[in-house]
Design a protein around this ligand. Structure first.
Ligand SMILES: [Fe+2]
Ligand SMILES: [Fe+2]
Length: 189
């Protein structure tokens, strides 16, 4: 993959939770845009590499939100908003579960990637418009939560490296129902 679009696995300085998640969103936007620019038979391998990178980044992002960010956000935003976000994650995971083992000569590959891109774009915009501002103006300890998100993201990337590929990672099966709670109750005094 073009190094400009490669996953940045280098150690990052700890940011607050919102900046960590917005960085993920922007990385995903860049990857989807790059995927859309890859045309023709000569780009076949690169398209598959980018599709796998999108699924990997998106999967890790959904996991850290579900394990750490959403439980904390429930303290300060309505359950309805987080429930809707969770349903959107489940739909994205369902699509990824179909995409990951699929070859792009399958006639539905590009259609599924397009649906994934549109649904993830909508989901990220809603988080940025309705969830993140409320969390940001709350008394949740966003610095601590940011550290936990980064730590968990690193763990998941290492785990994925060990497994070697997303098929072996079995993401949906592996993570359904798993929530670690994290900083949910940590509120600045
Ligand atoms: Fe999300
Ligand atoms: Fe998100």
């Amino acid at each position: 993959m073009d190094k400009n679009h490669a996953n940045d696995t280098a150690e990052q300085p700890a940011g607050d939770a919102i900046s960590v998640l917005c960085d993920d969103h922007n990385r995903l936007r860049g990857l989807f845009k790059y995927f859309g620019q890859l045309k023709g038979d000569g780009a076949t391998t690169e398209r598959m590499n980018v599709a796998e990178e999108i699924c990997k980044e998106l999967l890790i992002h959904t996991i850290i939100e579900e394990e750490l960010f959403y439980p904390a956000a429930r303290e300060v935003v309505t359950d309805e908003l987080i429930d809707e976000a969770q349903v959107e994650h489940d739909a994205a995971k369902h699509l990824m579960q179909q995409l990951i083992p699929m070859r792009q000569d399958n006639s539905h590959f590009c259609a599924k990637m397009a649906v994934l891109r549109e649904s993830v774009k909508h989901h990220m915009e809603e988080e940025e418009e309705y969830v993140f501002p409320k969390v940001k103006s709350s008394r949740l300890d966003l610095a601590m939560l940011g550290k936990e998100l980064l730590q968990r993201r690193t763990e998941l990337r290492d785990e994925l490296k060990t497994v070697g590929n997303l098929v072996g990672f079995q993401p949906v099966k592996h993570f359904v129902g798993k929530q670690r709670g994290g900083s949910a109750a940590r509120i600045n005094k």
